[in-house]
Design a binder for this molecule. Structure first.
Ligand code: ATP
Ligand code: MG
Length: 568
């Protein structure tokens, strides 16, 4: 490819809308352009990388025996209605009607459709197991599209679905996808961590996420450097962290606290730290009002609570509801005498002599003890883990980091096969529900994640495996015949050797060309300058600082060798 003919609209300025490096660089390097909030077009250079990522995924999926197919993005409502997800998706689903007023959606994920397809195509145990996948565009009307293609409303996903006879078969299919995913993310040059993930209220017997550690990641991961435990925030099990304090339960006391409502004001008032308080958070779970009871300095994990309750919608109750339920102003809610379901965090059950609201404006109770002063049917872990908590596996301190979820694998079980009646006949001629798994990789999110882990102040530093082009040949002066001849010759020979190479034949100052090459991030740069007549070029790797003078032949063979080593 000749740079003079390539549509690569690079930008010098950092676009104001882009907050994170990958988003800025994808716009600046001319890889993509925004069309609307969370909707992007990929330009030629960006699309080359997209296709390379897709190809890596394809190869690793095929290696594990998965079969590729392609489904429509425009999907009839009925299958989602049958599974119940027409309602569950809520406003995240793009919905539309055809001219006959029939309901459709733009597919956010395809469990139902694959299940239907397999139901039609597979009848006997002899045809199982089977794993199918597609690389296809998904639509989700995200509440907060942001960070460019990290969280967009239209994105490419590789989604795979496995169908097995039983749980044992599922475990094997799942394991294959697990190893395919590891190879994919290794080939993408990503430094990733696999974490235990939550299977949600919809059941399923296991789930893992592939996370790329990054400060801009929206997910929090907890990990233990001693035993290797790793889980996301929703799944990480918290153990009670109680410093030894009182042994004896003291006498319950009601205390007037007229002006103290917030934890800070109460800390001043009682002269003790936040971990001596227990807060009562009133929630609306679908149509039911419940209260979550956790230590004053802890954060509630809403996913944990939602899973326990098995509800579709969970939101904090408004002030009016809180007043009605507690008969007190907001800030004085407490578990004693509260006549709704209480979900008590594990830690609270082990605390001694703590302080709670008295359900009476202006009052708190002190020396409260669970079991004696109030009770609950549900005592479970509902808080967020934090750095320094004990590892649930080995008790050493937990560490935390932010991460970008690039892939997700999930043992679904029979939820969809039962809902859609996807069965096979076993050896005895009896119908059995197929046991399913599902497996997703975000293609464009992975691309952004690669950039987040590979850039410097000058631009992107592509790993060779997904670089839009492997190498760029830069003649310093295009008007200089010798330079141009040598450059063209190198360009041709690299092309003949199968290297994806670009020649920067633009009549621009060398500074401009170098800036563009660095910004776009081609792994290898060969500069043909003053010493072209002597058969000498400059060889530079994007990831290194140093520039080497090499003989033309050496430059060519070195380039070929580097590319072959990676592509082999
Ligand atoms: P998130 O928690 O980030 O919303 P998710 O759990 O909704 O992700 P899945 O439904 O498991 O994601 O989708 C599989 C993969 O698709 C994710 O691992 C991610 O890489 C990608 N993905 C999901 N939502 C988006 C999005 N809005 N934009 C880009 N990629 C996405
Ligand atoms: Mg999501």
């Amino acid at each position: 490819m000749r740079f003079s003919q390539m549509m690569a609209p690079t930008l010098r300025e950092v676009p104001a809308e882009a907050e994170i490096a990958s988003h800025q660089l994808m716009l600046r390097a001319g890889l993509m352009r925004k069309l609307a909030a969370g909707i992007y077009s990929f330009l030629p250079l960006g699309y080359r990388t997209i296709r390379k990522i897709e190809q890596i995924i394809r190869e690793e999926m095929d290696r594990e025996g998965a079969q590729e197919l392609l489904m429509s993005a425009l999907l009839p409502a009925e299958f989602y209605q049958e599974s119940g997800r027409w309602d569950v998706f809520g406003p995240e689903m793009f919905r539309l009607q055809d001219r006959h007023e029939r309901d459709f959606c733009l597919g956010p994920t395809h469990e139902e459709i694959f299940t239907q397809t397999v139901k039609d195509g597979i009848k006997s145990y002899k045809q199982l197991p089977v794993t199918l996948y597609q690389i296809q565009t998904k639509y989700r009307d995200e509440r907060r599209p942001r960070f460019g293609v990290m969280r967009s409303r239209e994105f490419i996903m590789k989604d795979a679905y496995s169908f097995d006879r039983d749980e044992e078969g599922l475990n094997l299919s799942y394991q294959k996808m697990y190893s395919a995913y590891c190879k994919v993310f290794e080939r993408l040059g990503l430094n990733y961590t696999v974490v235990e993930a939550d299977t949600g209220a919809m059941g399923g017997s296991g789930s893992q996420e592939f996370m790329v550690k990054s400060e801009i990641g929206e997910g929090m991961i907890a990990f233990c450097e001693t035993c290797g435990y790793a889980a996301n925030e929703e799944k990480a099990q918290c153990t009670p962290q109680i410093e030894v304090t009182d042994k004896e339960e003291k006498v319950l006391e009601k205390v007037a606290t007229p002006d103290a409502k917030t934890i800070e004001e109460l800390m001043d008032f009682f002269g003790c730290s936040a971990d001596m308080f227990v807060k009562t958070l009133v929630y609306k779970a679908d149509d039911k009002i419940v209260a979550a009871i956790i230590r004053g300095d802890r954060d509630l994990n809403e996913t944990k609570l939602q899973n326990l309750l098995g509800c579709i919608e969970l939101e904090m109750a408004d002030a009016y509801t809180v007043k009605q339920i507690t008969n007190a102003a907001v800030g004085f809610a407490g578990p004693i005498g509260l006549d709704i379901d209480l979900i008590v965090d594990l830690e609270v059950a082990e605390m001694k002599n703590f302080i709670v609201g008295a359900n009476e404006t202006g009052y708190h109770y002190k020396n409260v003890n669970f079991g004696r002063d109030f009770n609950a049917e549900t005592v479970k872990d509902i808080r967020n883990i934090i750095e320094g908590d004990e590892c649930p596996q080995c008790s050493k301190p937990i560490r935390t980091a932010q991460g970008i979820e690039v892939g997700h694998i999930f043992k679904l079980g029979t939820k969809y096969s039962k809902a859609l009646d996807c069965t096979y006949l076993d050896e005895n001629g009896e119908g059995q529900a197929m046991v399913m798994g599902c497996y997703g990789i975000g293609v464009n999110r992975s691309m952004a994640a690669v950039i987040e882990q590979n850039y410097d102040e000058n631009g992107i530093i592509w790993p060779i495996s997904v670089a839009p082009y492997h190498a760029i040949v830069v003649p310093v002066k295009v008007k200089d015949e010798t330079q141009m001849k040598v450059a063209e010759d190198i360009y041709k020979r690299l092309q003949d050797a199968g290297v994806e190479v670009l020649i920067d034949d633009r009549n621009e100052r060398p500074g401009v060309k170098f800036k563009d090459a660095d910004l776009i991030g081609f792994p290898i740069r060969i500069t043909v300058g003053k010493k072209a007549g002597e058969g000498i070029i400059e060889f530079k790797l994007r990831k290194d600082k140093d520039i080497k003078e090499l003989a033309v032949e050496e430059g060519i063979s070195k380039t070929i060798q580097i590319i072959n080593d990676v592509m082999a």
